[in-house]
Design a protein around this ligand. Sequence first.
Ligand code: KDG
Length: 322
Amino acid sequence: MPMDIVAVGEPLVQLNAVTRGPLRHVQYFEKHSTGSEANVCVAAARLGMRSGLITRLGNDEFGLFIRDWLRGEGVDVSRVVMDGEHPTGIYFVQRGYPVPGVSDVVYYRHGSAASFLSEEDVDRDYVRESRVLHTTGITLAISESARSAAMLAMDEARRAGALVSLDLNIRRKLWRNMDEAVDVVGKAMAKAGVVFMDEEEASMILGAEGVDAAFREAERRFGLTKVVLKLGRRGSVARWDGEEERVNAFEVPVEDPIGAGDAYVGVFLSSMLKGMGLRKSMVRASAAAAMVVTVRGDEENLPREGDIDVFLRGFGGDVDLR
Ligand code: KDG
């Protein structure tokens, strides 16, 4: 059955510090199924969309955990290859130190199964039949073969008329140097139909300071007329084929901000696919991002349809988030 959203990228086991502070003093870690593109798939599936992930997982306990979790969430895992030779990637999350409310990550993913993802793992028909193909700068960074797989999927989707979605997600720890990131991410942006980024990424990749410059440069250099800027606690602003909207973020207690961006992307894309319009899609995405940061783990608090309405009612019903 054709998918609404197909994503290409690496799921990871997240070992999240139960207590705040430097990792050397943390005694307990919680295990969560995460990874940027997987998060987007789960966000979409929770809203009743058909989502599927193209990836490789280690045929090990962590890989089985992630595959079963994704399957349980309703994500199509039929294009997930279980790799008997390489391990599933993991990472640790340090929370609230040195900056309260901010998390840091320590990756153990070099040589992971997903870094061996290659063009051969991309089922072209599966991609061509989807409505949206989503990937991120993380997949472009983890290895040359994963990069080629993501680029191939983007080309196939674009040719078939699907919306190609790219979240820049520049993770400095994953790139050899920033010149390479600018070059590779630029090539991917040229294939994309919608790009999500934050202000730092806009500055790094586009040399654009500020929202207007980001929109202008994205269109001038890459012909992008659909751009969403995630501004963290300051909300988000989007330009979508000439229409422009700005939405504030919801103020909530932050347990761990990791995963907020993916919640935003997954709910935004799903809402747009449901025909909800730009502003409503942004408000719902913003609600989902807020829900996710109140707990550890990226996916547990992703909302189901009714939950978004309950959340919004909790913030005053007919919220005008301007
Ligand atoms: O966006 C959240 C992700 O960054 C997190 O789950 C880990 O995918 C991850 C990564 O590569 O940093």
